[in-house]
Design a protein around this ligand. Structure first.
Ligand code: UDX
Length: 446
């Protein structure tokens, strides 16, 4: 099939390359010419395991092209909308201008061949519920033969290729009109045909349900994380160990073990902004009380960052002039993404309190140096640890999780380790002579 993907950020670029991998002829469109220039020659503009290879294979096969010229989407049979919906500055709601612009571009340039079936616009961006209906009306009154389906994407950074090519589920939000719905479904079925859709549960629903599935899933995940972080607060004042608690409640299938890792909380380009946009939308719909719990989820999450700063301050006896080695600055491992990163926020707070920082990160160091030339980002972990009064593990990159506490002890000025992700073994670090501080782990005896 001929496919266009509008918006080549994380979601769009991975989707475009994955569709080419399935054998489709794909054009990725983006307004950012520098990004397009890189993608077009098979160079990934961000760090994502496996993406470089997938991209290179697609570009070399001739099935994957990138362009900033909207005229190139003309004869696509499906137009995937994968642009960002970032949080509006100073407000909770999502900025929908990129989605609006993408739809305008499609209406202006899409031109399904005479006699061919209509082209399908498939929404992938995370949007406030009600957006699809409004877009469908724009398409209907455009005079072009364009149909809309909502087809949310659930990929996680760090697992983006796997999640796109082997998703847990596929969701189609289809038009209410039966004939249009059948046609939209058949076009998506053809696109996702074997092997992607084989054995993958398919949920077919109307537009609002499909839009809500995405924000509901992210809200649930955020709630799970804040729930366990709230339990961490209880553990801190009672001497309990939240990692044992999570293990024990996670054995109950109804609860499950995943997303119960307490620590400095969630960040990234999705969870924080999605729960805020969802609350804003509920307010517009007059049902804000249905989501007031998400306000608490957000508050608990942000409190974790202050707690980590407070722990560091206590450990070193006042932050002014103390050297803190910050291990990890991205919002999670296996990405160079620092959007709403708890680690970056904590580093900023430590710096504002007068600490001397040395930040290391396996993927984002250069990006951080460009963005914050005022911060000290040494080349090696050893340089960061040298003379530190506290070491803070803020992103659980494998090289930090596997650090040998005895080997690095001689480097530091004071043996304080703050485990912001509860990924180190307290016993091992204490036995090696460190003062271990976890997030809700008390002083474990068992
Ligand atoms: C998320 C959703 O998981 C994905 O389905 C959706 O499509 C996009 O948003 P992502 O932003 O890549 O994906 O990150 P995710 O793996 O969900 O982690 C989000 C944040 O939560 C990270 O900062 C992570 O460190 C934190 N987290 C996760 C915890 O603090 N504890 C946990 O138990 C799990």
């Amino acid at each position: 099939m001929r496919i266009s993907v509008i918006g080549c950020g994380y979601l769009g670029a991975v989707h475009a390359a994955s569709m080419a991998q399935l054998g489709h002829d794909v054009i990725g469109l983006d307004v950012d010419e520098a990004k397009v220039a890189k993608l077009a020659v098979g160079v990934a503009p961000f760090h994502e395991p496996g993406f470089d290879d997938l991209l290179r294979r697609g570009v070399e096969s001739g099935r994957l092209r990138f362009s900033a010229d909207p005229a190139e989407i003309r004869d696509a049979e499906i137009h995937f909308v994968a642009v960002g919906t970032p949080q509006m500055s100073g407000r909770l709601g999502a900025d929908m201008s990129y989605v609006d612009q993408a739809v305008t571009t499609i209406i202006e340039h899409a031109d399904p061949a005479d006699g061919a079936r209509p082209a399908l616009v498939a929404g992938k961006s995370t949007v406030p519920v009600g957006t699809a209906e409004a877009i469908a009306q724009r398409l209907a009154s455009s005079g072009k033969r364009l149909l809309l389906a909502w087809n949310p994407e659930f990929l996680r950074e760090g697992f983006a290729i796997q999640d796109t090519l082997h998703p847990d589920r596929i969701v189609y939000g289809l038009p209410d009109d039966r004939a249009d719905g059948e046609l939209a479904k058949s076009i998506l079925d053809e696109c996702y045909a074997v092997p992607l859709a084989e054995d993958t549960p398919l949920v077919v629903a109307n537009y609002p349900t499909a839009e809500l599935v995405k924000v509901a899933a992210n809200s649930f995940l955020a709630t799970k994380i804040s729930f366990i972080n709230a339990m961490a607060e209880l553990c801190d004042v009672t001497g309990g160990d939240v990692t044992r608690l999570a293990e024990a409640i996670g054995h109950d299938d109804r609860i499950g073990r995943k997303f119960l890792q307490a620590g400095i909380g969630f960040g990234g380009g999705c969870l924080p902004k999605d729960i805020r946009a969802f609350m804003a939308r509920a307010g517009e719909l007059g049902v804000d009380q249905a989501l007031t719990f998400l306000r608490e989820v957000d508050t608990i999450n942000l409190r974790r960052r202050d707690h980590a700063v407070h722990l560091a301050e206590e450990a070193v006896g006042g932050l002014e002039g103390k050297k803190i080695a910050v291990l990890g600055i991205t919002f999670k491992p296996d990405t160079d993404d620092m959007r709403d990163s708890p680690a970056l926020d904590i580093a900023g707070k430590l710096w504002a309190a007068g600490a001397e920082l040395a930040i290391v990160d396996p993927a984002a160091a250069d990006k951080l140096r460009d963005r914050r030339p005022d911060l000290n980002v040494p080349d090696t972990l050893e340089e960061a640890l040298e003379g530190a009064h506290a070491v803070m593990v803020l992103t659980p990159w494998r090289e930090f999780v596997e650090l040998d506490p005895a080997a690095v002890l001689p480097l530091v000025a004071a043996p304080n380790v703050i485990d912001g992700r509860n990924v180190l073994d307290p016993q091992r670090w204490n036995d090696a002579g460190w003062n271990y501080f976890g997030m809700g782990r008390g002083v474990p005896t068992w």
